[in-house]
Ligand binder design. Sequence first.
Ligand code: NAG
Ligand code: NAG
Length: 387
Amino acid sequence: MAAALVLVWTYLLIGLLSEFGGIGAQQMLHPLIGRVFIHTLEPSSFLDLPDTDPRPNTLVTFHAHLLGHPDLPRWLRYTQRSPSHPGFLYGTPTLEDRGQQIIEVIAYNRESFETTRQRLVLLIGEPEGPSLPYEAEFLVQSHDVEEVLPSPIGQRFLTALGGLWVPGELQLLNITSALDRGGRVPLPIEGRKEGVYIQVGSSRPFSTCLKVVGSPASHDRCTQGQPPLLSCYDSFVPHFRVDWCNVSLVDKSVPVLPGPVPTWGDGILEHDPYFCPPTEAPDRYFLTDALITLLVPLLVALLLTLILAYIMCCRREGVLKRNLATSDIQMVHHSTIHGNTEELRQMAANRSVPRPLSTLPMFNVRTGERLPPCADIAQVPLILDQH
Ligand SMILES: *[C@@H]1O[C@H](CO)[C@@H](O)[C@H](O)[C@H]1NC(C)=O
Ligand SMILES: *[C@@H]1O[C@H](CO)[C@@H](O)[C@H](O)[C@H]1NC(C)=O
């Protein structure tokens, strides 16, 4: 009782605060655990759109997030085809989401740049009524996810499915866009849709027709490219095109018995008569092995070095042999070049050296004969007057 009072007061307070804080309207919703929850974000409920709006659609986009967090809770998804369409919040809460979640929705008017906030208080609770242990999932290829979210379409799907199933309580459990399950964006060709997975639960067992369609034999036929085993009239035609190869059935009516609980021991092996520990290993010395491994290559290397050194230093054939083996002309040529180089070097070192012999007129180039210069013409000034 006291808790209920506190709750009422909290809501009153939040309501008052939102009135003064410009938070905007607040709406209370009751999603059920394990059942699909769909909330339509209508632009008109956010923005004061004039009723006599000449344009039929005002462009509005939405941003929804869990209060105090940047994004939506894991179970809830948001979708809007375009700013001229309404937005949808949809998803199936799980047992962990039980309790209260506050979603803040901000609507942006794309024409006036006006924004409005609204808070959705989600009180997530257990569903009432019979449990729905028989679950079937269908891939509807003829629709995008937003096209099945409006409730008349969902009801039409359930009615169509009722023609295949034993009559009983049928409810939508989960709706997912095929794009969120690895599907591809279709080519922009008329009539191509993204596809949507619709999960339905019932309290009544599957019909034989559904069982045959969902059987492994039917799936095998599909993988081989043959049509599935559909033994009954497809009551979805013409409103929905269901991929009968992608029907999956889950029967939760038989509770899965938990397997035997493993018992934990104390971590110490019991005495085992067959366990024979390895005998103690004798000591081993690896010194000789190590020495052999190191010394033998070292000795070989040393030997090779000595042989090489002997060949290089003591068995050198020397300059004499080279000179004998070289032809005289080559030797003269070589020594001439050598001599000239030497001379040039000296000239470079000391500019006042006497003129090179080869430039003297009395130098016989052919014989190499040198005559003592009678007079060094180079020393005689060209214009005698200047001297
Ligand atoms: C609903 O479907 C989505 C996508 O397959 C999955 O991630 C999610 O767990 C489902 N929700 C429940 C409650 O089974
Ligand atoms: C539909 O089922 C077929 C065969 O079971 C499988 O190969 C294919 O990937 C499924 N398609 C989708 C979109 O899940």
